[in-house]
Structures are given as C-alpha cells and as structure tokens.
Design a protein around this ligand. Structure first.
Ligand code: 5GP
Length: 142
C-alpha cells in the first residue's frame, strides 16, 4: 500500500489549515459534514491520528471512530427526522476511496429517498452550517 500523505485534504482540515463544518470533536476523532452530501446531514468521521485507511489504522482508533459514528447515527435520527442511516467506508481507489485519510460516512436516510451519486453537487455553506448546528445540538442532548 502507498504511504500516508500528510498533505491530503482531511489532514489539512484536522490541522486547522482548511475549514470544515464541524459536528463533533474529541482528543482522538473529528466529525464534519461532507461538502458534497449524498443526503442532508452526510457526515464524515475521522481519527485524528494519521491513517490512510482500514489497512493501517490502529485497532483502537478504528474502534473509537466506530463509537463516534454510532453516536452521530443516533443523533441524525432526531436532528433530521431520518428513518435510517447508511454507513460507508472505502479503501484504496479500487474500493472507491478518493481522499486518503481514513473516514467513515454517516448518511441520514428517509424512506423512499435515494442517495445522490457521490460527489455530485457542492452544498451551499449556509445549508452545511445549519445542518452541522442541528447535528451538534442533537449530539449534546443525546
Ligand atoms: P471517499 O474517499 O470515501 O470516496 O470520499 C471522500 C468524500 O470526501 C466525498 O464524499 C467528498 O464529497 C468529500 N470531500 C472531498 N473534499 C472535501 C472537502 O474539502 N471537505 C469536505 N468536508 N468533504 C470533502
């Protein structure tokens, strides 16, 4: 597998060099909204430690990211009136991965509403800000 590239876009977000619409943060993980959501509230959960994907992440970081993804999935039900949640995680280009810092997609779903295709449309910053605030509030009251 190729080595971890510390200049990938998510590493820059973790270091605060690029902005994001933050939903959750602790000492080991960061969650923010996907800039091209496949459904409203589409969130990415990342370990802060460098990891390209499933093949090099530590078991502890993977477990922690899973815990955070579960919290966010539960909060999405109340924040967005979701009927379900799709969780995805891609590894290497052949597996659909585009950004090479491990991340888990948490996508709120409504009955009968298909997901948009990946990376189809950039969401307006105001809509992302409003959805991040809804999710952060739901997380605090969980
Ligand atoms: P994957 O690597 O799992 O295929 O997907 C990468 C995801 O990152 C895509 O869903 C894409 O929309 C999202 N993405 C790409 N660039 C940015 C960015 O600069 N900021 C945010 N928040 N999301 C991004």
């Amino acid at each position: 597998m190729p080595a971890y590239d510390p200049n990938n876009i998510f590493a820059k977000i973790i270091r605060g060099e690029l902005p994001c619409h933050k939903v959750y943060e602790d000492d080991k993980a960061l969650a923010f909204l996907d800039i091209m959501p496949r459904a409203p509230g589409h969130t990415l959960v990342l370990p802060k430690a460098p990891a390209r994907n499933l093949f090099d992440v530590s078991a502890d970081d993977l477990a922690h990211v899973s815990r955070v993804a579960q919290k966010i999935a539960k909060a999405a039900i109340s924040a967005f009136g979701a009927d379900g949640v799709t969780v995805q995680q891609f590894n290497e280009s052949a597996g659909g991965q585009v950004v090479f810092h491990l991340h888990v997609h948490v996508i709120p779903r409504k009955d009968g509403v298909p997901m948009k295709p990946p990376a189809s449309e950039k969401e307006k910053p105001e809509a992302l800000a409003a959805n991040a605030a809804k999710l952060a509030t739901a997380l605090k009251s969980a």
